[in-house]
Write a protein that binds this ligand. Structure first.
Ligand code: ATP
Ligand code: MG
Length: 231
């Protein structure tokens, strides 16, 4: 393990990026498992600003809705749900770097900003099998691997280390990416939103405080003037 000058060991920080609309127990288990396996001091959850994967074109929210694309919930609601979900774990924290940055969220900006805030830390970017694939195929992954070690975790329904990923893997520096099996939780934010919208339970899929926050703010209900559901 690298020693900083003066003998103090470099801090090891996990970075868990996501839309978190809402945050659910699959995210929390992924962060907890990677923290244990990689001996991390802390995992920083980073809710996205405008997620480029989910709303790829710089259209207005109205255009997005009429084109049938989903408007992402207000950044402040997603941020607060993430704070509520992580509050009880002393090694979990939440960063506003992405929601406070203008424009679409790119992982490379997230990692650069976090290096600025934590100049003497090593970063471990945690991502599920599905997101790993889109990050590697859409962004300049050579830059990304200089900024963080990547940890790809298993997710039910997605193949970890699929054939086309394997072709990337062969071209990567040897310690750029680790693939890791974690306990399978077939939970997605999409399913949680659909459940909330149709009055089905989200208990035990998301932390209790998040269930209560969704109810209190009436998130994921049918679009109305009071709750336009835009970010
Ligand atoms: P949506 O359905 O809106 O896409 P999601 O459940 O995929 O939501 P995201 O916020 O998109 O959640 O995901 C953030 C990160 O967490 C991604 O890297 C994703 O792969 C990972 N992730 C989400 N759910 C799981 C899960 N059940 N197991 C493992 N990883 C997960
Ligand atoms: Mg997703």
């Amino acid at each position: 393990r690298a020693q900083a000058p003066g003998g103090a060991r470099r801090r090891r920080l996990g970075v868990m990026g996501g839309t978190f609309d809402p945050v659910h127990n699959g995210h929390l288990v992924a962060a907890s498992e990677v923290a244990d396996e990689f001996d991390l001091d802390e995992v920083i959850f980073v809710p996205t600003g405008r997620p480029w994967q989910k709303l790829r074109d710089p259209v207005s929210e109205d255009d997005a809705l009429s084109a049938g694309k989903r408007a992402v919930s207000h950044a402040e609601d997603r941020y607060l749900m993430t704070v509520i979900a992580t509050a009880s774990n002393p090694r979990f924290s939440v960063s506003r770097v992405d929601i406070d940055r203008e424009g679409f969220t790119y992982t490379v900006d997230t990692l650069r900003d976090l290096h600025r805030v934590h100049p003497d830390a090593d970063l471990f970017f945690i991502t599920g099998a599905d997101a790993l694939e889109s990050i590697l195929s859409w962004q300049d992954w050579r830059d990304l691997f200089e900024l963080a070690h990547f940890v790809g975790v298993s997710r039910p329904g997605y193949e970890l280390g699929a054939a086309h990923l394997a072709s990337y893997l062969r071209t990567l520096p040897p310690d750029a990416l680790t693939l890791m099996e974690i306990p399978a939780l077939a939970i997605s934010s999409t399913d949680c939103r659909e459940r909330a919208a149709t009055g089905r339970p989200v208990w035990y899929l998301v932390p209790d405080g998040v269930v209560q926050y969704i109810q209190k703010r009436r998130l994921y209900q049918a679009v109305s003037a009071e709750n336009p559901g835009t970010s």
